[in-house]
Design a protein around this ligand. Structure first.
Ligand SMILES: C[S@@+](CC[C@H](N)C(=O)[O-])C[C@H]1O[C@@H](n2cnc3c(N)ncnc32)[C@H](O)[C@@H]1O
Length: 206
C-alpha cells in the first residue's frame, strides 16, 4: 500500500518550531514521530501498532493530509458514497477546514477508533498554522494498537442530510464491534448512508 505525498498539499511532518497555545501550554513540540507499524487487523481493516514503548502524553505522530474546505469535503463524501467506500480518513478541524488523509497522508490515517483509546488528537497552532498532533493518553507498550476516539458528530447541514438519506441505503454494516463494545457511539447498523458518512468525519472543532 503506497501513499503519494505531495509536500505542497499536505500539512508537514517535519519537526518545526512550535508555538504552544497559551491555554494548553504543555511545552511539547511535535518532535520525532514514534515507530509505528501498519498491520492488517481482524475486524477493522488496516490498523497501526506501536513498535516502541510510548510514554503518557508523548507526541506520537502528526495527522497530515490534504487541507480541503467544506464544499470539497461534501464532493468527496458523495464520491465515496458512489464508490461505496467504507473507510474514511477525514478530520474536521474547523469551519471550512477539513484535513483529508484519503489520498495523501501518513501512518496516522491507519489509526482506528476506540471508545477507550490510548491516544488523543490535539489541535495546535504552529507558526500561525493549525496542526493536528496525536498524543499518547497513557503508556503504550510495543505491539499495542494505536487508537483514538473519532468523536463522531452529526452533519451540521440538515438539508444535505435529508437529501442523502433519500438516496442511499446500502448493505447492513456493523461497525466498531471490536474496539468499541460500549454504546456511546450510536450508529444505525441497518442503513449505511451518507448521513453515516457524516458521522465518519472526525471532529476537532472547539
Ligand atoms: C482512518 S481509517 C482507519 C484505517 C482503516 N481501518 C483502514 O483499513 O484503512 C477509519 C476507518 O477504519 C474503520 N474503523 C476504524 N475504527 C474502527 C473500529 N473500531 N471498528 C471497525 N472499523 C473501524 C472504519 O471503516 C473507518 O471509516
Amino acid at each position: 500500500m503506497q501513499l503519494k505525498v505531495d509536500a505542497s498539499a499536505v500539512t508537514t511532518t517535519q519537526p518545526v518550531k512550535v508555538v504552544v497555545p497559551a491555554v494548553k501550554c504543555s511545552n511539547k513540540p511535535f518532535r520525532r514521530e514514534k515507530k509505528i507499524e501498519i498491520i492488517k487487523t481482524q475486524q477493522c481493516g488496516w490498523g497501526a501498532i506501536a513498535l516502541e514503548t510510548i510514554g503518557k502524553d508523548d507526541f506520537v505522530i502528526e495527522f497530515v493530509g490534504e487541507v480541503i474546505d467544506d464544499a470539497m469535503c461534501e464532493d468527496r463524501l458523495l464520491d465515496m458514497r458512489q464508490r461505496r467506500d467504507q473507510n474514511f480518513y477525514m478530520c474536521k478541524v474547523g469551519k471550512d477546514f477539513v484535513i483529508d488523509a484519503t489520498f495523501k497522508g501518513n501512518a496516522c490515517r491507519f489509526f482506528n477508533h476506540s471508545c477507550q483509546p490510548n491516544c488523543r488528537l490535539e489541535k495546535w497552532q504552529v507558526d500561525g498554522k493549525t496542526r493536528l498532533g496525536v498524543f499518547a493518553s497513557q503508556t503504550i507498550k510495543v505491539g499495542m494498537p494505536l487508537t483514538y476516539n473519532y468523536r463522531y458528530h452529526k452533519r451540521e447541514n440538515p438539508l444535505s442530510l435529508v437529501v442523502y438519506l433519500e438516496h442511499i441505503c446500502l448493505e447492513p454494516v456493523v461497525i466498531f464491534r471490536n474496539l468499541c463494545p460500549s454504546a456511546d457511539v450510536v450508529m444505525d447498523p441497518y442503513c449505511y448512508s451518507t448521513a453515516f458518512l457524516a458521522f465518519q468525519l472526525y471532529r476537532l472543532v472547539d
